[in-house]
Design a protein around this ligand. Sequence first.
Ligand code: NDP
Length: 260
Amino acid sequence: MDLNLRDKVAVITGGTVGIGYAIAEGLAAEGTNLVLVGRNRERADDAAAQIADKFGVITTAIAADVATAEGCAAVIAGTHKAFGGVDILINNAGTGSNETIAEADDARWQYYWDLHVMAAVRLARGLLPAMKRRGGGVILHNASICAVQPLWYEPIYNTTKAALMMFSKTLANEVVGDNIRVNTINPGLVLTPDWVKTAKQIAGDDWEAHLQGVANEAGGMKRFATPEELANFFVFMCSDKASYSTGSTYFVDGGWLKTV
Ligand code: NDP
């Protein structure tokens, strides 16, 4: 199936490891050129070089913190400098939290608001004009099943991911006439290196059993997805094959969601 993604340009925040890296590989396999964003410069450079080498596409690494206005400005300027604009924006950078509402201070709330919501706002504002000039595009937001089915230990994550979902819907309405499709994808459990690291810290040699316990508790398929399983869905949503899909939220969670 030709997905018509050859020679497009995609910006992927958090594209240097985990789900973002798998999306980068998936798009590169279709011939899409990439801007990969992460705070760690060495990891971003390595990821960009590896993908360029493996798939023969043009890649640029930008080391920037998208939780800041300056970091987002650097992504926008770097993308315009490298490619003159963008066709696909994937807001994927994010991380879990761990707190109670009773104890978390304002600064903690603000950090996650900036990372999960304001990054998407600022990057849309900066990249939309060129996307419109190019005749349209795609914006995807990687939120989480926690946006609608909260986990007790991360109220700030749940709340800011829910806000990202609403931002996505609202943006979709604003740009629907510009041939720009905007959607949210809510993953369930995805086995990224970070999950493995945390499981090893908690359970030592029994880390695999610990992860299986997490999956069993989630129910449904009772297993983690691979990053590639998520990436396949993102790549499809970037393509013309998803041409009637905008303003929606799609769950890729192995049946963990307990509601319709
Ligand atoms: P990882 O921790 O594996 O990777 C996160 C990526 O984001 C890295 O490239 C990291 O690079 C980058 N990043 C983090 N903070 C910033 C920042 N402030 N500025 C720029 N880049 C940043 O995460 P996952 O792949 O697991 O998750 C990706 C997204 O998917 C997240 O938004 C997460 O909430 C969501 N998700 C993940 C699930 C899972 O089970 N894994 C389930 C549901 C949703 P660097 O550290 O160098 O900045």
